[in-house]
Design a protein. Structure first.
Length: 418
C-alpha cells in the first residue's frame, strides 16, 4: 500500500492531497454525527475541531497545486535512487537495537540505584543495604536518571537525523548531478563519518531540551500532588519556555542538516547559512507552510487504516468456525494498523525530507536543475510564479526564468491579493 501511495504521489499528488484533506473532514463529520446520537454535549465539543479543519482546508485550498508540484518532484528524486527507502527501513531496526541496548543499561542503573548506597571505603554497591537513600542519594539518582534519559533521546534523535541527512544528500545529488555515482552509498558514508559530529551535536541539543522538559513536567505534577502551588507554577513556566525553545531548535535543525548535507559544512555554519539564504530569497514565510506535512500524515493514517481493514478482514474470513474469530481478527487489525503506520511513516518521512531539500536547492541554485532535469525546473518555476509571484519576482527569479515560465501561468487577481 505504501508503494501504491508512492506511485499515486508521483502521478497525481494534488488530487491525493485534496483527497486526504477532504477525507479527514468527512471522517470528523461522521464522528460528530455519531456522537450527536449519544450525547449532544460531546457532539458539540467535537464540532469545534471539525469547524477548524474546514476553515484550514478553505485557507490552504489554493496552495494545494504548489505543494503537489514539490511532492511530485521529491518522489521523482527519491524514486530514481530507491536505495534511500531501503536504508530508512534498515534504520528502523537500528533504532530498535538501540532501544533494546539502552533498556538493558537502564535496568542495570535502576538496580544500582534501588539496591542501596555505595560503601564509603571503596565506592562499590552494598547489596545488603536496602533501607533507602538520603537526600544526597536522591539527588544523585535524579542526575543519573536525567543523564540516562538524555542518552536515550540523543540516540533516537541522531538516528532520525542520519536518515534526514541521507535523503537530503541524495536529493542534492539528483538536483546537481545528472548521473551521480552511487549517491546513496556516498551519502551514508558521509553521514557516519565526516558529518556525524554535526548530526550528533544537533541531536544532543534537542535531547537535553527534551529531557529537561520531561523533568520539569514531572516536578510540576509532583508539586501539584503535594499542593505546592509556587513550585508548580515555576515548573509550569519553565516547561512553557523550554517547549517554545525546543520547537524552534527542532525546526531550525531540519534546515541546518539539509544545508550540511548539501555543502558539507559544520552544523553551526550550516544553520546560519540556511536561515540567511531563506531571508535573502524571501522564503521564510513560505517554508512555514505545513500543507505537505499535514497531507503526508493523513496519508500515513489512511494507509494504516486500510492495512487494518485488509489484515483484520483476511483473518476474520480465514476462521469461519472459530468462536474467537472476532477477537483474533481485532488483534490482527490492530497489529496491521501499527505496522502500516510504521511502514508508511518511513516512506513519507523520506518524501518530507526531500521536499524540504528541494526548497533549499531552489533557493541556493535553481540553474543547476536546468541542466539535469529541465522538465522538473519548469514545473517548479511555474508553481512558484503561480502561487507566490511576489516572492518569485523579488528574489529575481521572474526575470531569470522569463523564458521558462508558461505564459499567463498565474492569475493576476491572485497576485494582486498577495
Amino acid at each position: 500500500m505504501s508503494t501504491l501511495m508512492l506511485f499515486i504521489l508521483s502521478r497525481a499528488a494534488g488530487s491525493l492531497i485534496k483527497f486526504t484533506l477532504y477525507s479527514s473532514l468527512f471522517l470528523q463529520a461522521v464522528m460528530v454525527a455519531s456522537m450527536m446520537t449519544i450525547s449532544v454535549i460531546f457532539g458539540v465539543i467535537l464540532l469545534i475541531p471539525l469547524l477548524l479543519t474546514a476553515w484550514y482546508i478553505y485557507a490552504v485550498r489554493r496552495r494545494i497545486p504548489f505543494a503537489a508540484a514539490h511532492v511530485e518532484i521529491a518522489v521523482d528524486a527519491t524514486r530514481s535512487h530507491s536505495g534511500v527507502y531501503f536504508f530508512s527501513f534498515i534504520m528502523v531496526f537500528v533504532q530498535a537495537a538501540w532501544v533494546i541496548l539502552w533498556s538493558l543499561a537502564a535496568l542495570g542503573v535502576e538496580n544500582i540505584i534501588n539496591n542501596g548506597p555505595t560503601n564509603a571505603q571503596d565506592g562499590t554497591i552494598n547489596p545488603n543495604n536496602t533501607s533507602g537513600g538520603n537526600n544526597g542519594q536522591t539527588r544523585v539518582g535524579a542526575i543519573v536518571v536525567f543523564v540516562m534519559l538524555v542518552s536515550f533521546l540523543w540516540g533516537v534523535q541522531v538516528f532520525k537525523y542520519i536518515c534526514h541527512f541521507v535523503v537530503a544528500a541524495v536529493t542534492g545529488h539528483w538536483w546537481y548531478l545528472a548521473s551521480p555515482s552511487a549517491p546513496v552509498k556516498g551519502s551514508i558514508y558521509r553521514a557516519f563519518t565526516t558529518s556525524f559530529g554535526s548530526l550528533a551535536l544537533g541531536g544532543l541539543v534537542v535531547a537535553v531540551l527534551e529531557a529537561t522538559r520531561r523533568f520539569a513536567r514531572a516536578i510540576m505534577n509532583r508539586a501539584e500532588q503535594r499542593g505546592d502551588n509556587a513550585l508548580a507554577f515555576l515548573a509550569c513556566l519553565v516547561l512553557c519556555i523550554i517547549g517554545c525553545v525546543e520547537s524552534l531548535i527542532v525546526y531550525l535543525n531540519i534546515w541546518a542538516i539539509i544545508q550540511c548535507a548539501l555543502t558539507g559544512h559544520d552544523f553551526r555554519t550550516s544553520g546560519h547559512e540556511a536561515w540567511e539564504l531563506f531571508k535573502k530569497r524571501g522564503f521564510t514565510a513560505i517554508i512555514n507552510d505545513d500543507l505537505v506535512g499535514t497531507a503526508l500524515q493523513i496519508s500515513s493514517i489512511m494507509i494504516a487504516m486500510a492495512s487494518a481493514v485488509v489484515g483484520g478482514g483476511l483473518v476474520f474470513m480465514s476462521m469461519p468456525s472459530s468462536s474467537s474469530r472476532t477477537v483474533i481478527a481485532g488483534l490482527a487489525a490492530a497489529l496491521c494498523f501499527f505496522v502500516g503506520l510504521g511502514m508508511s511513516g518511513i516512506m513519507l518521512a523520506v518524501i518530507s525530507s526531500s521536499v524540504r531539500t528541494i526548497f533549499v536547492c531552489f533557493a541556493m541554485n535553481p540553474n543547476a536543475l536546468a541542466s539535469t532535469h529541465p522538465e522538473s525546473l519548469t514545473k517548479l518555476v511555474n508553481a512558484w510564479n503561480t502561487f507566490h509571484p511576489r516572492v518569485f519576482a523579488d528574489c529575481g527569479y521572474a526575470s531569470q526564468f522569463s523564458g521558462t515560465v508558461t505564459p499567463n501561468a498565474y492569475s493576476p487577481a491572485y497576485a494582486t491579493a498577495l
